[in-house]
Design a protein around this ligand. Structure first.
Ligand code: AMP
Ligand code: FE
Ligand code: FE
Ligand code: ZN
Length: 272
C-alpha cells in the first residue's frame, strides 16, 4: 500500500489546492495522505471534504510542518493526528504566519535595494504561510531568474544577499505544542540538517515520537542509517515526498517518490 505523509498545498508553498492533492493521490493509488503545510492547518477541512467525494480518495491524516531553529540550523518538525482546533497550537502557528508576512516586506525591501523589483501582490501571499518560494516564483515570473532553484542559489538561501531569517521556535517548544494538541512529533528530513551530530543530539534530548526516514533528500544509504537511528531511539519510522509541485524540484508529480506502508511504522497511529 502506498502512502505519502509529507505534502504541501496552496495554504503554504505548494502549487496545488488540497482538493487537487486528494485527486492526484487518488490517481496515484496513494491510500494515506498527510497534508503538512508550513505553519498552517487551514487546508485540512477542504482535504477532508474532497476525500469524501473523490473516487478512490486516500484517507486524510491531518498534519503540519513547523519550522524551528537549533543554533544556526533549521529544524523542521512534522506533527500528525493533532487536534486542529487546539487553541494554543493555532495561536502559535498564526503568530508564525504573521511573522512570515512582516518578513516578506523586509525581504522585498532588501532585494529591491539590490535591483530586483517585486511587489507583495506578485508573491500572492493571501491565505498562505508565505515564504521564500513565493518570492522566488515571483522573481522567475518577472524574468530575473530562469528557475526557482536559481533564485534560491543566487539570492535567497542562507548566506546570499537577499536572505532574511524567519523567526522560529525552539524544537522543544514545537514538539511540546504538538503533544499538547494531542499529536505526534516527527523530525523531518534529517538529511537536510546536514549535521548528523545535531540529529543525534536532537533525538537524544527532545521527546520526538518519530523520524522521517524516507524523504527525497536521503539516498538509500542515508535511509538505512536513519532507519537504524529510529530503532536506536525507539522512534516510529515515517516517510513522504515533500511534494510542492514546483517545476524543477523533485518530485514534480505526486506518486513519483514512493513510500510503502510496510516501511513506515507510524501508520499504526493513523490507519482507522
Ligand atoms: P522559508 O519557509 O520561507 O524559509 O522557505 C523555505 C522553503 O523553501 C522550504 O520549505 C522549501 O519548500 C523551499 N526551498 C528551499 N530551498 C529551495 C530550493 N533550492 N528550490 C526550491 N525551493 C526551495
Ligand atoms: Fe516548503
Ligand atoms: Fe521541510
Ligand atoms: Zn515540507
Amino acid at each position: 500500500m502506498l502512502v505519502d505523509l509529507h505534502t504541501h498545498s496552496t495554504f503554504s508553498d505548494g502549487r496545488y489546492t488540497p482538493t487537487q492533492l486528494v485527486k492526484m493521490a487518488a490517481a496515484a493509488d496513494i491510500k494515506l495522505l498527510a497534508i503538512t503545510d508550513h505553519d498552517s492547518v487551514n487546508g485540512m477541512e477542504e482535504a477532508m471534504q474532497a476525500a469524501q467525494v473523490v473516487p478512490n480518495a486516500p484517507q486524510i491524516v491531518n498534519g503540519v510542518e513547523m519550522g524551528s531553529q537549533a543554533g544556526e540550523y533549521s529544524v523542521h518538525i512534522l506533527g500528525y493526528n493533532i487536534d486542529i482546533h487546539n487553541e494554543k497550537l493555532l495561536a502559535k502557528i498564526q503568530e508564525m504566519r504573521h511573522a512570515r508576512e512582516t518578513r516578506l516586506h523586509r525581504m522585498l525591501d532588501k532585494i529591491d535595494a539590490l535591483g530586483y523589483h517585486i511587489t507583495v501582490e506578485d508573491c500572492d501571499p493571501k491565505n498562505r504561510a508565505v515564504g521564500r518560494p513565493h518570492v522566488a516564483k515571483a522573481l522567475v515570473a518577472a524574468g530575473y531568474f530562469q528557475s526557482v532553484d536559481e533564485a534560491f542559489e543566487v539570492l535567497l538561501k542562507r548566506g546570499r544577499p537577499g536572505y532574511e531569517p524567519q523567526p522560529k521556535l525552539s524544537p522543544e517548544e514545537a514538539v511540546s505544542l504538538l503533544h499538547e494538541a494531542g499529536g505526534i512529533a516527527v523530525l523531518a528530513h534529517p538529511a537536510e540538517i546536514e549535521n548528523l551530530n545535531l540529529v543525534n543530539t536532537l533525538l537524544t534530548n527532545i521527546a520526538f515520537d518519530g523520524l522521517e526516514v524516507y524523504h527525497p533528500s536521503a539516498d538509500e544509504k542515508m535511509q538505512q542509517y536513519f532507519a537504524q537511528l529510529a530503532a536506536k531511539y525507539k522512534l516510529l519510522t515515517s516517510g513522504g515526498s515533500d511534494f510542492h509541485g514546483v517545476e524543477g524540484r523533485f518530485p514534480e508529480q505526486l506518486g513519483v517518490f514512493k513510500v510503502d506502508s510496510d516501511k513506515v511504522s507510524i501508520i499504526q497511529t493513523m490507519v482507522k
